[in-house]
Every structure is written in C-alpha cells, then in structure tokens.
Ligand binder design. Structure first.
Ligand code: MRU
Length: 353
C-alpha cells in the first residue's frame, strides 16, 4: 500500500453540505473500513463515547465539525443561539472526560459562536465551518512538526516501543507518536517497532499494527505484559507514546498501561518520550492528580473480543481507560514547538508565556 494512503487517511471530514460529519468507524478496523455519517447530536455523542472516532486530536477535530453541523439545525439567533450552541457543546463534552482536546475544540467553537451570534445566519455558519476546518488544518501542521522533532530523537534501525494508537487515525495526518516512524520511512529509514496490543480495547493490535504494517514498517505486535522482556532483550531504543492531557507540571495522561511502560523504561534505562500537540496541554491543570480518569464498562474486560465471556458473571471489574505517567519518568515532551526537557513545569510555562 502507498504510504500516503496511511498517513493521509481521511478519518474525519464534513459531508458536502456541512450538515453532517463523516468518520471512519474505528471500532470495525482492521477487518472492515466503513465510513459512517453523523447527523444528530445523539449519533455524534455515541460515536465519541463508543470510540468510533477516537484519539485525542481526532476527537477534537470531529467535535469542531459536529458543532458546525449542529449549528445548521438551530433556528435561533443572538443570545438564544449562543445558549442552544453551548448546550449542544456541553452534551458532546460529556461523552468522554480525559482527553482535553475535546473541551478545547468545543470552547473554541463556542467562542466563535458567541462572537458571530448577531451576524446573519449564513455568515455565522460559514465562520463556524472555517473554524472547524482550521482546527483540522492546524492539527495537520502540528503533527508534521511533531513528526520532524520526534524523528530527530531516533536513528535508522532503532527499535521503538509504542502503546495504544497515536497514528493518523487518531489525529489528522501522520499522527504524533507514530508520526516520526512514518516520516522516517518516507525518507528511507527502517525501524523495528513493538506495538503493545493495549488491552482491553486493542488499539495497538487493531489500529497501530494495521497502520504500520500497511506503511511497510517492520512492526511486531506484543501483549502488554511482554514489554518488559522485549526491553530486557535490548530490542528497544526508545518509547514513543501519545497523550490525552498534559498537566502544567508535565504529568501526562494517556491510554491505560502507559505509566507501566514508563516505569519499565526507567528500569531498563530507555528514554521515554510523550508526543502531542499543544492542544493536549492543559495549563489550568496543575498536576496529573487533577485529571479525570474515564471509567468504562466491565464488559470491555470480561467479554469484548472473546468468542465467549471469559470472566465469571457478576465478578467485579475495574476498567480505567487512562493512567497518568509521572513527569519524573518522562525524558522529553515533543510538541510542534520542539522537544521539551525537564524540568517540565519550567519548560511548559516558558512555552505558554
Ligand atoms: O481511548 P482512546 O483510544 O481514545 O485513547 C487514545 C490514546 O490514549 C492516545 O494515545 C492519545 O489519544 C493520543 S492520540 C494522538
């Protein structure tokens, strides 16, 4: 497969008249590539909640297009329009709590709705369309830069371990944690990538190994509990992971299991990098302790993806979707502005000042 088919995948886009949003249903990958159209607020909420669209930046991009589409269904103007718009934004925002890109994009759309509320309807909708498109275009640009900075941290032939999926499907183009690998591949470099399967929703098995394999990158799928032996064998030169929310002190929330990878990496002396756009940094959140961790249904652990239920009926399950990696375990945070090094509270403050 041509590598651009992977890096430039059209995962989220407004349908022609802008009244709905088209996404790849990521829950069906890799067996089926199916595009679905989201028209109602309920369908949009469901698509985010059930991870049909997933990955922090992609969720934010989708929310932007969704709000522009929903604005067309609103018959109000002025203050009443702003109230309707904010109500719809709050509803979408309640679909998933951890990735800050969702609330970040919704806040951006709400600010624009407020400033154009008194404009003629056509003009207001055109402005909302442009804002949603800008969110996506900026993400494309940010991912490209993150990919370049990330690539500067590794060399041809390196072994990279990644967790979850932070590729093009989760973003706009190239991705964040996987971006350097695609960019390097385009330049003729070869990497050996280890993809954690990422229990319980298997983003690593279903999406990361699919994207990398399709791009002709040497990828080996491992169960999450195999990361230690792979590191001990000396096969990993660096860990690259994405992020859902970075606090002001550098603590980084990402898919459940990420913090365990960081602890292992520290033990084996392997650099651990978090890659993400500045839209994932939440300077209003002082530390990772303040990040809300999404809890999901027990069925995801007990039965999903098994031919039959594998746990006793009624057994208690704890299913947090994310964990927070302590800033002390992170070697560098790669944003579109470069590679931040510890102390992250100082580096992040400087970036935002
Ligand atoms: O629950 P998901 O699949 O949306 O979680 C995704 C992750 O944790 C990703 O690593 C993160 O969003 C970064 S995507 C560039």
């Amino acid at each position: 497969m041509d590598i651009t088919h992977v890096t430039h995948v059209k995962n989220v886009y407004p349908t022609k008249d802008g009244a709905s949003v088209t996404i790849i249903d990521q829950t069906l990958l890799p067996l089926e590539t199916k595009y679905i159209e989201l028209e109602s607020a309920e369908a949009m909420y469901e698509a985010i909640k059930l991870l049909r669209v997933r990955g922090a930046p992609a969720i934010g991009i989708c929310a932007g297009f969704c709000m522009a589409a929903l604005a067309r269904q609103m018959t109000t103007d002025g203050e009443a329009f702003v109230a309707d718009f904010e109500r719809a934004a709050d509803y979408l925002n309640s679909s998933r709590p951890t990735a800050v890109n969702l609330s970040w994009a919704l806040k951006r759309m709400c600010a624009l709705a407020r400033s154009t509320a008194d404009k003629p309807r056509e003009e207001r909708i055109a402005a909302l369309d442009r804002e949603a498109q800008a969110i996506q275009d900026e993400d494309i640009e940010m991912c490209r830069k993150i990919s370049e900075y990330g690539l500067s941290l590794i060399k041809d032939g390196d072994g990279i371990l990644t967790h979850c999926n932070a590729g093009p499907l989760a973003t706009s183009r190239y991705g964040t944690a996987l971006g350097p690998l695609f960019l390097g591949r385009e330049k003729g470099m070869n990497f050996r990538v280890f993809s954690d399967e990422t229990r319980p929703l298997l983003q690593g098995a279903r999406l990361t190994s699919y994207e990398l394999h399709n791009a002709g990158i040497d990828v080996t799928l491992i169960c999450d509990n195999m990361a230690s032996i792979v590191m001990k064998n000396g096969w990993v030169d660096a860990c690259f992971v994405g992020c859902d929310r970075i606090a002001a002190n550098g603590d980084a929330a990402n898919k459940i299991g990420t913090s365990g990878v960081a602890i292992l990496a520290k033990h084996y002396g392997i650099p651990f990098y978090v890659l993400g756009p500045t839209s994932t940094i939440d300077m209003s959140c002082p530390t990772g302790d303040r990040i809300e961790i999404e809890l999901r249904e027990p069925e995801e652990i007990a039965e999903k993806f098994y031919a039959q239920r594998m746990a006793p009926k009624g057994v208690k399950c704890y299913n947090p979707a994310f964990d927070v990696t302590d800033h002390s375990l992170i070697s560098g945070i790669v944003t579109e502005h470069g590679v931040l090094r510890p102390p992250f509270d100082v580096a992040l403050k400087k970036l935002f000042d």
